[in-house]
Design a protein around this ligand. Structure first.
Ligand SMILES: [Zn+2]
Length: 371
């Protein structure tokens, strides 16, 4: 195992932060990249990454690693230091209001000016050429701010990985994942090992979140050049939502780290026989099919359905209670599917989204992710 430190631009005099990466196995073969807590106040992934590191150390000592596994347990030291009146504030950078999981460097745009003349008839050679071009382009970037330098540090570690796992969580949620529809057959075993209750598929949900910049660029390059040059899909990239913000426990971390080990064993990066595939809880559904359940007026939120439950269209999700006018408004599901996430607040402002249901038919377009 090797440890590397990646200094970020110091935003103010007298401060210094860095991203730390742990590298198991040997580079040169398959590469896996796992990062946690990009949104800072999402801690289940950080604990899972720690549990995973212990497993990887044992596997490495036993000579069972066939590739390289890079783990970044603390992907966002900037966000971890954001506090407001005693509360940790993740997700957005306080200085710019930018979401920490948006605006990553667009790999397609970076490689387009330099890639066409390097492509040929061999798919493996094309993959190598594209990755080389990505590495060259990333090496020439000159970030100006701390957050830009953080994004670049993470991408320099991840751009050439065959598997990219970005460990997040939601406010209150059942285990669920986001990935590219073209990758679903290769991601499905991970969903089974994790026991994901929803698997949400989107090619490009707009905004350049971390997992999509890895997978979308290969889809886009295939679209542009695929008729003339074979371009394999070369990044199995997944956002894993490890349940709720407060679901931090050794039991969950052990389960989730072991699920990743089983998946990597099945993929061949870890020597041995993977555990039998558990059943998939529910088929994958389009991210465009998710229904936001919105409170039309302000009031106290009283949920009537649990995360992870299957909801039939028309079933009650929550009551919004206005104690001043003695008004009780019941919110109902418009589609059938798993209610995979809900707000952690119990007070609704007018128009606030309080829950999400994974419907199986596309009903939305445009930017599919929340802010
Ligand atoms: Zn997140």
């Amino acid at each position: 195992m090797q440890t590397h430190h990646h200094p970020l631009i110091a935003p103010a005099l007298g401060t210094a932060r860095q991203v730390t990466s742990f590298h198991y196995g040997q580079p040169g073969g398959k590469k896996v990249y796992v990062q946690a807590s990009l949104h800072a106040d999402e801690l289940p992934g950080m604990l899972t990454a720690w549990a995973l590191r212990r497993k990887l150390a044992a596997l490495e000592a036993a000579g069972k690693l066939r590739g390289e596994v890079v783990v970044v347990p603390v992907a966002n030291p900037i966000g971890l230091n954001q506090r407001w009146l005693g509360h940790l504030i993740g997700r957005f950078e306080s200085n710019t209001a930018q979401n920490f999981n948006r605006n990553f460097y667009d790999l397609t745009a970076l490689v387009l000016p330099r890639i066409e003349s390097r492509l040929g008839p061999d798919a493996d050679a094309n993959r190598d050429a594209i990755r080389t071009a990505m590495g060259e382009a990333l090496a020439t970037q000159t970030p100006k701010t701390e957050i830009e330098s953080q994004r670049l540090a993470l991408q320099r570690l991840s751009y050439d990985a065959d598997i990219v796992l970005d460990l997040h969580c939601d406010w209150e949620a059942a285990m669920h994942i986001y990935t590219n529809p073209e990758l679903w057959p290769e991601v499905e075993p991970l969903a089974r090992y994790l026991d994901a209750k929803a698997s949400l598929l989107a090619l490009d949900s707009v905004g350049n979140p971390f997992d999509e910049i890895h997978s979308f660029c290969w889809s886009e390059l295939r679209e542009r050049f695929g008729q003339r040059f074979p371009i394999p899909h070369s990044s199995i990239s997944v956002t894993v939502e490890l349940r709720s913000q407060r679901d931090v426990s050794h039991e969950f971390a052990e389960h989730d780290a072991q699920a990743i080990v089983e998946y990597l064993t099945g993929y061949g990066v870890i020597d041995g026989a993977a555990a039998p595939l558990p059943p998939l809880a529910h088929p994958a559904t389009p991210l465009a099919g998710t229904e936001p359940i919105v409170a039309p007026a302000s009031g106290v939120i009283v949920f009537r359905a649990e995360c992870g439950a299957w909801i039939e269209a028309g079933a009650p999700i929550a009551d919004i209670v206005d104690p001043l006018t003695d008004t009780l408004t019941t919110l109902h599901a418009g589609v059938s599917g798993v209610m995979y996430a809900r707000h952690s607040a119990r007070f609704a402002t007018a128009g606030m989204e309080v829950a999400r249901i994974a419907g199986d038919k596309p009903i939305r377009t445009g930017s599919l992710l929340s802010l």
